[in-house]
Design a protein around this ligand. Structure first.
Ligand SMILES: [Zn+2]
Length: 289
């Protein structure tokens, strides 16, 4: 049987990403024209054509303005998960601020869908060595699964020696499952896949890395992306730094076509489906109603 992999989407506006955080303040967000609904629908159509169910980490701020979009995602059979409310990096917050943010983000979603939301991903994978305290708070706030610890070297995120596989962490408040974003190992290197890397790498290189995760490590991979990555016409934010603009705009024009081929090449499912396929003891966790 071919391995089932996780397909995940971080539902946020093109101007809410960490790359533009120093350029666009949060009180300006409401003044930007929204593009998230149309972009998410493009992704929903793409997933529907391939009959793929995915996990959508929805930013609370965005969900609050577009509750019908959240219902539309769920009605299509996808899993609703939380991406916090304000898209603040976890390590830039105090534990109390973090708790407040994940409560806000979770409650907005739960009010819309009418059931528990128990899977979380931090903005820009910002649970790092500086913010490991966040995992205990996630458990206290009713989360069961986290996907925030990127086992890689990067300037903004990452724990370079973190486990690569789905694993359970014992926090003082109880267990928390971690499904890390994927890296392929080549020699001593850990090469990330998904998001900007998917846009940057030639498709054959991404495919080779993903197959390597299956063949060498014998584990499912976690793929992630954003609705704005299938929107080559989005307005350019010119005041951001060269590096931020490169990270955000590279390869936008070809992403949708590459995604079509990715979805044809591998089997994908929701985070919960992949975890249940790979770790039988996870079945004890309460599935959303
Ligand atoms: Zn995000």
């Amino acid at each position: 049987m071919e391995i089932l992999n996780a397909f995940t989407v971080e539902v946020e506006e093109h101007f809410q990403v960490s790359a533009f955080e120093s350029t666009i303040s949060r009180d300006q967000w409401a003044s930007f024209p929204s593009r998230v609904v149309a972009n998410t629908r493009r992704l929903l159509a793409l997933l529907d054509r391939r009959a793929v169910k995915a996990t959508f980490f929805v930013l609370g701020w965005t969900a609050k303005r577009h509750p019908a979009l959240v219902r539309e995602i769920e009605a299509a059979g996808h899993e609703i998960a939380s991406h916090g409310f304000w898209h603040r990096l976890v390590y830039d917050q105090t534990p109390d601020e973090f708790r407040e943010d994940i409560r806000l983000g979770r409650d907005v979603l739960q009010d819309i869908v009418g059931h528990r939301v128990t899977t979380y991903r931090a903005p820009s994978f910002s649970i790092t060595r500086r913010s490991m305290w966040a995992r205990e708070i996630l458990v206290e706030e009713d989360f069961e699964v986290d996907s925030s610890v990127f086992p890689v070297h990067h300037d903004r995120y990452g724990v370079p020696d973190a486990p690569l596989d789905i694993h359970c962490i014992d926090t003082p408040a109880g267990p928390l499952w971690e499904f890390p974003p994927s890296v392929a190992r080549i020699g001593g290197l850990r090469l990330p896949v998904g998001g900007g890397y998917f846009r940057l790498y030639p498709l054959r290189w991404t495919f080779a890395l993903l197959r390597r995760i299956h063949r060498v490590d014998r584990r499912p991979f976690m793929f992630y992306m954003h609705p704005w990555e299938v929107d080559p016409d989005q307005p350019r934010i010119s005041v951001a730094s060269w590096r931020s603009r490169f990270r955000h705009y590279v390869g936008l024009a070809s992403t949708e076509r590459k995604l079509e081929r990715l979805l044809a090449e591998f089997r994908f499912g929701r985070v919960r489906d992949v975890m249940q396929a790979g770790t039988p003891h996870l079945r004890q966790l309460t599935a959303p109603a």
